[in-house]
Design a protein around this ligand. Sequence first.
Ligand SMILES: C[S@@+](CC[C@H](N)C(=O)[O-])C[C@H]1O[C@@H](n2cnc3c(N)ncnc32)[C@H](O)[C@@H]1O
Length: 204
Amino acid sequence: MKRLWKCGVVLGVGFIIASVGLWAIGEEKEEAKEKPERRPDVIFVPTPQDVVEKMLELAEVTKDDVVYDLGCGDGRIVVTAAKKYGCKAIGIDIDPQRIKESKERVKKYKVEELVTIKEGDIFKEDLTPASVVTLYLLPSLNVKLIPQLQKLKPGSRIVSHSFDMEGVKPEKKIEYQAKDGITHTIYLWRAPIQLEKEKEKGEK
Ligand SMILES: C[S@@+](CC[C@H](N)C(=O)[O-])C[C@H]1O[C@@H](n2cnc3c(N)ncnc32)[C@H](O)[C@@H]1O
């Protein structure tokens, strides 16, 4: 009887240890899901709301557009596009934390039917469904996107907060005095975009 009792205690303790172990593994997996698949190419810095609105205005967004924000951060650009113009919008970000924030914003502003938030690497994305692409990345990343942006449908617009795209002349470059007291530069390009050196060759 004593032996049986001892056996029960050993089994019980074993069960508790195993459960705690499994719970710890589960927690670790949850944590791992919060980490990006690789390091983001640029950290999250949000575009001020009034600059977002200026970018969409410069791109002449309408309800028929499909707006892609590459590196969507907290989702403010795609949510504003859907809310203000009633258009479809897709936000892509590599950081699960940003995806979480974007999805919360989509829910908060009730634009679930218009906005899709996608976790992924912008350099692996097919951008051809977009008619408007918004960027707030880095000059080198804008240049790296050129091959994908060259595939956009004619008439599609690309707007970039702060950063130029070396080698491709913008249609417009505006200086916007924002509410934060800072002057923000916004660039606009229209598809088909062409590298300046290719354009020069063609003109010769
Ligand atoms: C400067 S923030 C801009 C956020 C937002 N577009 C805005 O203007 O408020 C850049 C965002 O790009 C994301 N990012 C960086 N590299 C990326 C990549 N390769 N693919 C997808 N997202 C990326 C970052 O996680 C970050 O949220």
